[in-house]
Each structure stands twice: as structure tokens, then as C-alpha cells.
Design a protein around this ligand. Structure first.
Ligand SMILES: NC(=O)c1ccc[n+]([C@@H]2O[C@H](COP(=O)([O-])OP(=O)(O)OC[C@H]3O[C@@H](n4cnc5c(N)ncnc54)[C@H](OP(=O)(O)O)[C@@H]3O)[C@@H](O)[C@H]2O)c1
Length: 243
């Protein structure tokens, strides 16, 4: 039985991942801010086949609560085979440009808190386990329209790259998940087009990457090619683009 810890478990992508593990008979520990929503998700996961589904209310920015949450998760599950850090907020770029405080708050949610959690989770994992975080293609290159969010995700991607090298020797797989555009509550205000994916499809890609012990997963996979091109654009050209 797989023991799964999900932080940001109310996220549409995370819930779709949890359903796949529930169908496999996994035991889950769900962490998020909205206890009632988590309880409803947990009840649904049990119906779908989960061996167990516990909930724990915590704001990821409450750094002082991380250790107690992890103690509770390890005590409930008896160890963790998969830890998935999924929470995030799509920062209001314009508002951040006028407020250092808001910029740092967004950086905390999307960058510092996943890094703090990964640091605390890493020494608790045994060989064979996976530590995964949902970063973003937005972290591959800063763009005028969302560089606060993108730079926080870039910090997570770089941190996870180093952590992957460090923990790989001990048999712990570290996975950086880089979705493109996904149709979730986070992006409800956006007009959708052909590049958009559904949370279920992204979740299947996440679980495939975990099963195959991959290091980095662009989801859907075509985003790897798109980001190769975006990253290859010389800076003098890139600075004149409106992205
Ligand atoms: N949707 C996309 O296009 C896209 C693309 C690339 C990467 N991603 C990443 O994918 C992940 C999941 O996002 P999603 O698309 O599934 O969006 P979502 O459904 O809006 O989920 C975001 C989740 O993050 C939680 N959250 C936000 N701040 C938190 C905090 N301080 N502490 C604890 N939980 C917090 C939210 O909880 P509340 O319900 O309490 O607000 C919500 O459950 C995020 O890391 C996001 O950056 C999304």
C-alpha cells in the first residue's frame, strides 16, 4: 500500500492525483487551508478505494507549523512513500509591481514554503520514496506578465534540481513537475485555447512520472519543446517580446 502525503491537497491537480492513488488503494494524508473542503475530498477518496484518508488544516506559510504537520503525517501513515507539494497562487503581477510586501508574500507561498517543506521532508524519506513538487513552465524564464510567480517557481525548480542530485544517491527520487496551462480554479479567469490541459490529464502524467522515477516532467510533454525554444531566445530579442 502506497502512503501518500499531499500538501495543497485542495488543488484541482492534486485532487486528480489523489483519486488515482485512491483507486490503487493508497492511504492518504491531505494538508491544506480549508478543512471542510479537505474532509469532503477525503470522504470521496475513501469511496474511490483509498485505504485511509486523513486531513490536516495548515497554511503553508505558517512555517512554525510544518514540523508538527509532518510528525502527524508520519504518525498516521507510518512513513511516507510519496510526498507531493502542490499548493500555489497565481500572483497578481500588476499588484505585486506596486508592493514589495505583496511580492514577498507571493514569493513565500510559491517559493519559500515549498522549499521549507522539502527541506523538512527530505531527511524523513527512506530509499524508494519520492518527493515531488508542482513547479511550472513559468519558472523556466521570467516574463514581464508573471515574473513574480515565475521567479518563485524558478527557485523551486533549481532547489529540486540540487535536491535530486543529493537524495538520488540514497534511493529517494526527487521530481519537479512543470505543467503548462491547466484548466483549474487558479486559471478560471483566462480564455482557454489549444495549449490548455485538463487536471485529470496532468495528474495521469504526474503519476506516470512518479512510477517511472523521472526527475523532471513537463506536462503535457509538448511543453518541453516549447520551453526549449523560449529559453533559447537571446536576451536582446527576448526583452523586446511581449509575453
Ligand atoms: N493551473 C495552471 O495552469 C498551473 C500551471 C502550472 C503550475 N501550476 C501549479 O499547480 C499547483 C496546483 O494548482 P492548481 O492549478 O491545481 O490550482 P488550484 O486548484 O487553484 O489549487 C491551488 C491550491 O493551493 C492552495 N494554497 C494556496 N496558498 C496556500 C497556502 N498558503 N497554504 C496552503 N495551501 C495553499 C489553495 O488552497 P485554498 O483552497 O485554501 O486557496 C488551493 O487548494 C500550484 O502549485 C500551481 O502553481 C498550475
Amino acid at each position: 500500500m502506497t502512503r501518500v502525503l499531499i500538501i495543497g491537497a485542495g488543488s484541482a491537480i492534486a485532487e486528480a492525483v489523489a483519486r488515482i492513488y485512491a483507486a490503487r488503494g493508497a492511504s492518504l494524508f491531505l494538508v491544506g487551508r480549508d478543512r471542510e473542503r479537505l474532509a469532503a475530498i477525503a470522504a470521496d477518496l475513501r469511496v474511490r478505494g483509498a485505504a485511509g484518508a486523513e486531513v490536516h488544516a495548515m497554511d503553508a506559510n505558517a512555517f512554525e507549523q510544518h514540523a508538527a504537520m509532518l510528525d502527524a503525517a508520519w504518525a498516521r501513515l507510518g512513513g511516507v512513500d510519496l510526498a507531493l507539494i502542490a499548493h500555489g497562487t497565481l500572483s497578481d503581477q500588476k499588484a505585486c509591481e506596486g508592493s514589495a510586501a505583496l511580492t514577498l508574500a507571493e514569493f513565500s507561498t510559491n517559493g519559500l514554503s515549498p522549499i521549507a517543506l522539502a527541506t523538512a521532508i527530505a531527511p524523513r524519506l527512506a530509499a524508494g520514496a519520492t518527493l515531488a513538487a508542482i513547479s511550472s513552465v513559468a519558472g523556466d524564464r521570467g516574463r514581464a506578465s508573471n515574473y513574480v510567480y515565475g521567479s518563485a517557481k524558478a527557485a523551486v525548480s533549481a532547489f529540486f534540481s540540487g535536491l535530486r542530485q543529493r537524495l538520488g544517491a540514497g534511493g529517494v527520487n526527487v521530481l519537479t513537475i512543470k505543467p503548462g496551462f491547466v484548466d483549474t480554479p487558479m486559471t478560471q479567469a483566462f480564455a482557454k485555447g489549444p495549449l490548455w490541459a485538463k487536471p485529470d490529464a496532468v495528474a495521469r502524467g504526474i503519476v506516470r512520472a512518479i512510477d517511472r522515477r523521472r526527475g523532471v516532467a513537463y506536462l503535457p510533454g509538448f511543453w518541453w519543446a516549447i520551453m526549449q525554444i523560449i529559453r533559447a531566445i537571446p536576451e536582446p530579442v527576448f526583452r523586446r517580446l511581449k509575453l
